[in-house]
Ligand binder design. Structure first.
Ligand code: ADP
Ligand code: MG
Length: 577
């Protein structure tokens, strides 16, 4: 149970600020995360670890010489927004390029991908290295779909050491991908973690049970079994990893026995007493193994075992010195010739001026009312959506949607006050949503609203057909970006039926408010019907079986939002039939 907090919504921000104050000699807080206090003496590749918080010492605790140059932080268990990733990259870039390194999760891939596009457009060399070490999350034939867990640490350590020696961006990326290819993790969960302010843990297990195959966002194990004695647990973890020994691998291993947050060091030592002899008996030499907390999940109870098969190239990088707030190895790794960077925040407030017709401004006011109606509905449903997401995902959907809509309504009001038309207002609302909410749903809703606005424009209030085109643009943006198809068990399963029904009814000449109401009813049933689907996209995918019987949270919230927004978007006099 997390006990020390003020407003739970501020927990991640306050934890980061406290951490940066404590370690002000080593790190500097920037919008979206933190970077090293010292700028490199010469340009070096910036290794940026991400994303999300609740995993300390990953990721901000690993900023420092020999390891990360910065960390993109974001909210608890939520991927940071593209804006946050961009901002940290700008602060950390010293001219030799940046590489985002992160565990493979849909929201992170989207947000780091968007930030990379933006950095590349500015001429900054940028790459992404995804960690896919969790052998429980997909079979070997689909290893690229696996999620990243404690293997993050081994991959980041190797990349950070390479960058410190002056390796080029291409080399740091190559070594990171090689390290990932040679890294495997399997974990076991004993008890779920509890979000600050939440009443109950994200999952519970029956007495004397454990879940094998844990995630690091409070996801439960893939299947539950009786809790064995430590010896058998150690044997099980080692056997599962060695069964996946990479082809042609050598006999020297980096090993990480990682506690998830409330599993004590003493318990880890007991487990080590089984793990280490088994690995040695299998002919391996253990190189500087780590036993402790390196990638956690708040106060979750659980353990994971990671192996990286080392070769001549990776071993010196694994053993190289590092000096960070949470992790030190070898002699001081502080590079000479560095200079303290000035503080100074990125980007001030941008003055807003909008060109719009008065019809579009009036319609923008209705759109702002629609967002407010969505805000009320999402606040009411926050805990229900969180519970749905906790069944097979990470439990943050309610909180993420609330953060997003709160930021969107504030941005909408500001834009309205500055005379924005509907297009610009929805664009501003979408950007704020994506920036504050993070996560998969945050980036998709943000980009979708912006596309909706761009389709409406700022010249006139839309006719029914134009509103249908804007809904179609919203849907197209979300499917292009997220690449989910009908039946993948995502928000798209409610969105496509909505867009289709609305457009059909409008073209048949049905009154827009009735067409919208019908489409909303169809979307609501479609969202309910996702209960029988297995998720094929997003964080719930590895736990597909558990998700059976529960509707998709993103589809549920989408149907809800479209339902309550309708009367404002197509109210009498708003849209000409
Ligand atoms: P995260 O998955 O990053 O924790 P949320 O919990 O806020 O983000 O949102 C989860 C929802 O996002 C899912 O219920 C699903 O509807 C939606 N989702 C996940 N991946 C995709 C995708 N690729 N395309 C469309 N929607 C997706
Ligand atoms: Mg989630």
């Amino acid at each position: 149970m997390t006990k020390i907090f003020n407003d739970p919504a501020d927990f991640a921000d306050e934890a980061l600020a406290g951490f940066c104050d404590l370690h002000a000699d080593l790190v500097r807080q920037v919008p979206g995360g933190a970077v090293r206090r010292r700028r490199p003496g010469q340009p070096k590749v910036a290794v940026l670890a991400g994303g999300g918080s609740g995993h300390y010492p990953a990721f901000a605790g690993l900023i420092g010489a020999g390891l990360a140059d910065g960390a993109v932080v974001g909210n608890i268990f939520t991927s940071p927004s593209a804006q946050q990733a961009y901002s940290v990259a700008k602060a950390a870039d010293s001219g030799a390029g940046v590489v985002f390194a992160y565990g493979n999760y849909a929201g992170d891939v989207l947000n780091f991908g968007l930030a990379s596009e933006r950095l590349a457009a500015e001429g900054i060399a940028v790459e992404n290295v995804l960690v896919t070490d969790d052998i429980a999350s997909a079979p070997p034939s689909e290893s690229a779909n696996r999620r990243g867990i404690a293997g993050d640490f081994a991959v980041f350590k190797i990349m950070g050491a390479a960058a410190e020696t002056g390796a080029t961006l291409a080399d740091v990326v190559r070594l990171g991908r090689k390290a990932n290819d040679l890294t495997r993790t399997i974990g076991s969960a004993f008890h779920g973690c509890t979000f600050p302010g939440a009443e109950a843990p994200l999952f519970t297990l029956k007495d004397k049970q454990m879940g094998l195959g844990l995630g690091i966002h409070g996801e439960p194990g893939l299947f539950d079994t009786d809790l064995p004695p430590a010896k058998e647990l150690g044997q099980e973890l080692v056997a599962r990893l060695l069964a996946e020994t990479p082809h042609g691998a050598g006999n020297r291993l980096a090993v990480i026995l990682n506690g998830l947050g409330s599993t004590k060091h003493e318990e880890l030592f007991v487990l080590w007493l089984t793990v280490a002899p088994l690995l040695r008996a299998a002919g391996y030499t253990l190189v500087m193994p780590e036993v402790g907390e390196l990638v956690t999940s708040l106060d979750m109870s659980g353990v994971s075992l990671t192996i990286t098969w080392l070769d001549e190239e990776l071993e010196p990088l694994w053993t190289a010195p590092a000096e960070t707030p949470a992790y030190r190895r070898g002699q001081s790794a502080v590079p000479s010739g560095g200079q303290l960077s000035a503080d100074g925040s990125d980007g001030g407030a941008v003055a807003m001026e909008f060109a719009a017709s008065s019809d579009s401004r009036n319609y923008a006011a209705s759109c702002a009312d629609a967002l407010k109606a969505a805000r009320t509905a999402l606040h009411d449903a926050e805990s229900r959506l969180g519970d749905m997401d906790a069944v097979a995902g990470d439990g943050d959907h309610g909180r993420g949607m609330v953060r997003g809509i709160d930021a969107a309504t504030i941005a909408a009001e500001r834009a309205l006050a500055h005379g924005a038309g509907a297009g610009d207002m929805l664009g501003a609302a979408g950007d704020a949503w994506a920036d504050r909410a993070g996560g998969t749903s945050g980036v998709l809703w943000g980009a979708g609203l912006r596309a909706f606005g761009e389709s409406l424009g700022n010249d006139q209030a839309p006719e029914a057909a134009e509103l249908a085109a804007a809904v179609a643009a919203f849907a197209a943006r979300i499917t292009t970006l997220g690449k989910a198809e009908a039946g993948d068990k995502t928000m798209v399963d409610a969105l496509l039926p909505f867009a289709e029904t609305f457009s059909e009814r409008v073209s048949e000449g049905v009154l827009p408010e009735r067409a919208w109401a019908k489409a909303a009813a169809v979307a609501t049933s479609a969202a309910e019907a996702t209960a029988s689907l297995r998720p094929l996209k997003g964080r719930a995918r590895p736990l597909a079986e558990k998700s059976l019987g529960t509707p998709d949270p993103g589809a549920t919230s989408l149907a809800m939002i479209f339902t309550v927004m309708g009367p404002h978007l197509v109210g009498v006099g708003k849209v000409a039939a």
